[in-house]
Design a protein around this ligand. Structure first.
Ligand code: NAP
Length: 259
């Protein structure tokens, strides 16, 4: 399928590896020029080289923590008139809410809610003017099925979800869509961190934790990042202009609800 976005311009945050990288790959495959961001400069540069060589699109980089105001502003300035925004950053730490003071909460809110809102604020009016915009937020299956140790993530990401639910309806008339993609367990470095935490808590080996998580999923496997990227590219496409304000759960069927 021709996604109809060849020559568009995207800013993809948290894009050197994992799900953000998968989104960058899939958009590049569709002919989208990219500005990609992540903290580790060398890995980011390597990702940019690989994407540009593989797909023949232009890839610029802005290295740094996207929740830092200066980095965010630099990313927006480098991206210029952006048509597609993929909001992504590492998830907050897990733990017990009794241990989280105001600073811990503010950091989580900045990384997983406010930065995404500020990036939208700084790009959406251009999209409205150009009558095309696709905003995707990588959130988490935990927005739909929260677990107590993920409290920081649950709180911050649900706040973002509530905010964009209103915004999506406000900008839809301009062919600007806003959707969230909610990953379940995908085979990335982040999953390894989660599994290590699970192994420690349950006093089992990492391999045992992996097996339990895998076999507990209806699909009996983990998601592949390229599956995530393909869904993101479709939602970013000109074919998806009537899909907005949605929360697309990619979890192999783990969430047990009818809707
Ligand atoms: P990942 O494999 O660890 O990759 C994260 C990417 O984001 C890397 O490129 C990382 O590079 C970059 N990054 C992290 N924090 C950043 C920051 N503050 N500013 C800029 N770049 C940053 O993680 P992932 O699995 O792709 O996860 C992506 C998001 O989905 C996370 O929020 C995660 O919590 C969520 N999620 C993932 C899963 C899963 O199973 N994979 C499930 C539920 C939710 P640097 O470290 O160099 O910055």
């Amino acid at each position: 399928m021709d996604l109809g976005i060849k020559g568009k311009r995207a800013l993809v945050c948290g894009a050197s590896k994992g799900l953000g990288r998968a989104c960058a790959n899939a958009l590049a495959e569709a002919g989208v020029d990219l500005v990609i961001n992540s903290r580790t400069e060398e890995q980011l540069a390597q990702a940019a080289r690989e994407i540009a060589e593989t797909y023949g699109v232009s890839v610029e980089t802005v290295a740094g923590d996207i929740s830092d105001d200066d980095v965010r502003k630099q990313a927006v300035a480098t991206a210029g008139p952006v048509d597609i925004l993929v909001n992504n950053a590492g998830g907050p730490p897990t733990g017990d809410f009794r241990d989280w003071d105001e600073d811990v909460w503010l950091k989580a809110l900045k990384s997983n809610m406010l930065t995404q809102i500020f990036l939208i604020r700084e790009t959406v009016d251009g999209m409205i003017e150009r009558k095309f915009g696709r905003i995707l937020n990588i959130t988490s299956g935990a927005v739909k099925a929260p677990l107590a140790p993920l409290g920081l993530s649950n709180g911050a990401r649900t706040g973002l979800t509530g905010f964009v639910a209103g915004l999506a309806r406000d900008v839809a008339q301009h062919n600007v869509t806003v959707n969230n993609i909610l990953p379940g367990p995908f085979e990335t470095d982040r999953l390894e961190v989660t599994l290590a935490g699970m192994a420690k808590k349950q006093g089992i080996s990492l391999e045992e934790a992996r097996e339990r998580r895998r076999s507990g999923n209806p699909s009996k496997r983990f998601g592949r990042p390229e599956e995530f990227g393909a869904a993101a590219a479709f939602l970013a496409s000109d074919k998806a202009g009537f899909i907005t304000g949605q929360n697309l759960l990619l979890d192999g069927g783990a969430f047990p609800g009818t809707l």
